[in-house]
Design a protein. Sequence first.
Lengths: 335, 514
Amino acid sequence: MIFYFFASLFTWAALATTKPQPLRVYTYDSLAGRSTLGEYLNQRFLQQTGVEIQFVSFGTSGEALNQVFLEGTQTTADVLLGIDEVLYQKVKDKGLFERLGDDTFASLEPSLRQKGDSTFVPFDYGFLAFLYDSERARVTDSIQLKDFVKGFEKSKKVVIQDPRTSTLGVEFLVWTHEKLGDGFEQFWRSLAPHILTISPGWSGAYELFIKKQADFVLSYTTSPAYHRIKENKHNIKPVFFTDGHFRQVEGALILNRSKQKKLGEQFVKLLLSKEAQEQVATFQWMYPARAEVRLPKEFKEIPIPKKVVVDWNRVAALKENWLKKWTLMMSQVQK
Amino acid sequence: MNWILSFPAFLILIMGFVAPLMFLFALGLRDFSDSVLRDPFLLYVIQFTYFQALVSSVLSVGFGFFTAWMIKEWRVRGGSWLWKICLLCSSLPAIIVALGILGTWGPGGLGSGILSGTRGVFGWTGIILGHVFLNFAIPLRLIGNALRERDRSAEMTALSLGMSRLAIFGQITLPKIKPSIVCSFILAFLFSSTSLFIVLFLGGGPRFTTLEVSLYEAIKLNLDNSRACQIASVQAIICTSILFLYLRSQKGSFLNEQVHRNGIFRPRTKWIETIGSCLMWSLVVFLIGLPLISILVDGVGVLHFLNLVELSRAALISLGIAFGVGVLSLAILYPLLHAVHHENSSKALKGLSWLVGLPQFFSSLVVALGLSVFYPSIRGNNLQAYLAIVVAQTLFVIPLIQFPLREGFQRYSKEQDLTAQSLGANRWQRFLWVEFPSMKRSLILSALIAAGFSLGEVATVLLFSPAEVQTLSLSIFQAMSRYRFQEAHAMTVILLVVMVLIFGVVGRLEEKDD
């Protein structure tokens, strides 16, 4: 009896030790969990490699990146997923991430790859935009960003994200700086009286908009596709600016401390595969990074805006200063 | 021997609080004048923090005083229930209060219509509502006790000599309860200035940023420890000043042992009493009941959507930490108070027992930051991270549980101990057969208070917990941060049930002690 007990114990221990370690992916929470792109990727990855993906999710991609810093040399993360370009500027020179061959990027829309970079692997992108409900608000066509607030009635309320806590918020800050230059301060001063609240993240801001507490919300040009496909609602629309929109690109990074770099590369390959890219539109509500992927018709109905050109070196050097300036200004002008 | 018993308290206080805080000060005061005094935004934040704390504490004391007056002087109908409900609500974690207020006054909430057309619940409205909810029980308890215990004979004499009730209140009653008003104002001010979750969820944007929120951003979002240390130093300096004010306010505040219980401020007619009772109950239901009802109504309906495996895991971790905090806090405080009890003359021991109350005057983020900069390897190691959470929470629990333990020791008669000693019982036998049985109820009460506090604590878990570790309160925080209110409400229902059970038992034990 004792013999059988120990034999089964050893067999179990042996099986446990031979079971492959899961691939640990740090990401933000709407990329992991039920009915997400993460769940799809996990199923496919398990079929292809026999290895599971263990998603460790955080409130924002910034928090996921911070966790990697906090864990330092002891980090158990293999891949960082969902980091955007602005956040990436902060870490790109730190030597934390694995360089990948040019063939990894071959299938991607060429403009998505950062010049001379071989660590940040774009997998989706979208254009920032203010959304409005056409049943509650009217918007003049063909306006520029600087004129967005002009002609607003006093009661019109906008909800935006806080650039100190939200990726979208910081991208909007960069957008206004890159596009308006010296007009940056004037724009924010005219926007301030219409700000209902500055939400810590996208979810909070969007909730206020959906519950009709705000007339405009900062989101993506592709967000209305969700309402069209899932709710058959056509009243949520983006405001298009003639002088262009900020393009957000999300990417994946393999940590060079990872003990499973090969698996990490396989994960990236799966992420950029045509079949996974086809899922991006209806899971992420963003454009896939592969140009040839077919999009649902609701996506095709949304015009693709002009892209604002961003000088990433300037953003990397000055972002903190812009943020300080903005914070101080808003503490004085926010109602 | 008694000195050895005080060693655990001494060790945890020095290594877990004093040394980390000193180290944090040293880091924070480096370039202080350049970084803090010349940073206009930080100066604005300091100004806003203490202005909102002032407004919040004035309103908390006002509402607390009014409620205490109605319960203790007017003796409103159902006053004892009102008293219990109000005190129970004040034990709720700030995160639950923020959730309740958002659920009631926030988008789509029961009361959102009342606030439509303004900024809604965000900004001043939310911050003040949240702080008054959390802090009005401090004046309620302190002023309520002062009102109950005061000697009313001078008031009766003045009334019989023809003095008006208003004049009696201003010239006789108010001076008597003044120390309790000052004391509760200082405490409410301190807690409003160091509150995190109320401002984080109900503020919104740079204009509504407090020192505690800036500290949270610097630690958690920007990983800027040097900035965090500077902010923490500013806060610690101000908290220390408030502590001294508090100690001064306590001098001369004493309660009369021989009380005259006939009230002269009771309503003179039945109908006034009825109107007062209705007003009081409606006010409490409106301000306190609605947020809790909104959580329960929303939460119960979606309980079945919760992931039971994740929830059980979070509950187990929460209970594990709570158990650790309960055991550690008793293991530290009990020997110290035992030593103080048996060596009444030792000033050093009394001083040490006073010092263990210090951490409550600092925010949990400041204490947690002190630990993380003094022991930098904590955050990268799971075991050390759990230990840090337990130690940090223990530091905050000790000041809370010292009162029931002290009361227990006051009841425990030294004569029994001497009798057992004369019968030949050694130290351990006396502890097991004499001291322990008489302290049992106080020990259970203290352990329950410690566990209740730990279950609701988020800041330390947020700062130290390893990536995939969840506690119930952290899960609620994360669901709220992601605006998954239904999920947050459902988890809060579970946490509320556990906490109401715990504090219900605490209430029963306290009643028995009285």
